[in-house]
Design a protein around this ligand. Sequence first.
Ligand SMILES: Cc1cc2nc3c(=O)[nH]c(=O)nc-3n(C[C@H](O)[C@H](O)[C@H](O)COP(=O)(O)OP(=O)(O)OC[C@H]3O[C@@H](n4cnc5c(N)ncnc54)[C@H](O)[C@@H]3O)c2cc1C
Length: 280
Amino acid sequence: MDNNNKEFIGKEYKCLDHGFVRLVDYMGDDASIVQAARVSYGKGTKSVSEDTTLIRYLMRNQHTSPFEMVELKFHIRLPIFVARQWIRHRTANVNEYSGRYSEMSDDFYLPELTQIRSQSLVNKQARSEVEIDPHISQNIISSMENSQKESYNEYQDYLEMGLARELARINLPVSNYTEWYWKIDLHNLFRFLKLRMDHHAQYEIQVYAKTIAEIIKQIYPISYQAFSDYILNSVTFSHSELSLLKTKFTNLEFTDEELKSAGLSKSEIIEFKNKIENLK
Ligand SMILES: Cc1cc2nc3c(=O)[nH]c(=O)nc-3n(C[C@H](O)[C@H](O)[C@H](O)COP(=O)(O)OP(=O)(O)OC[C@H]3O[C@@H](n4cnc5c(N)ncnc54)[C@H](O)[C@@H]3O)c2cc1C
């Protein structure tokens, strides 16, 4: 049941300029999810295809608790402003580097030139696709770097004056890097990935989420594929949107051959036909 993919453990996957994701340990694999789901029969895994069908069924129908049987522990190095967004995901266990016990690092995040963008006019929370003039962008980066250096020098001065570390750090900017251990189960990790790989999430946290996804898809290939098919790349429609679609979908018909060649399983074909009927 336990992991055979030890090659992922301990490897640092670089993120942003000074950050990383490192898988410290994990418990369970795709088979553990199947085993947990089949507990009621007292049987473990069956053939690969039956196990795949079961995992996909669980994901499709939001039978999420078997995915909670798998746990992962990461060591993450990230800027404080990314950590503030990350920590909102409450269904994880966290232990963070302490700026009270230890000196804060002198690493600060500086965006790449191509990430220096104007405010989006459509999404009030986001940057736009429009890059700022490279000359101005370079000035912005230099100015950010200078003020980071200045506040770190000030921090060092405070420490030399004998000020407590917990007070000396309070003027450091949120671009300063922190570190933590982060333990989460696969169900809640998928939820984190769904929200933070999305283009609505801030670019910097997307970088981390996408890095974690690359690791996850190799350790849990069947579960990740199911997540990708049924959650990550699926869409939901509101009642009003569905009503609108219904006005256009009156003649929607598919043959079984068409549905099979689209990769739908027998039960998915039945579910899909029901959905189509409901649209009419
Ligand atoms: C693009 C984006 C923009 C955002 N913008 C803002 C913003 O402007 N301001 C802001 O404050 N936040 C913002 N957030 C954070 C967001 O509101 C959520 O706090 C964050 O995404 C964590 O989601 P969650 O609560 O579902 O996750 P988790 O904390 O992991 O919880 C998962 C699920 O568990 C359940 N749960 C967990 N804890 C509790 C509890 N104590 N009580 C009841 N149910 C619980 C809930 O069903 C929850 O959905 C943003 C998030 C995203 C992705």
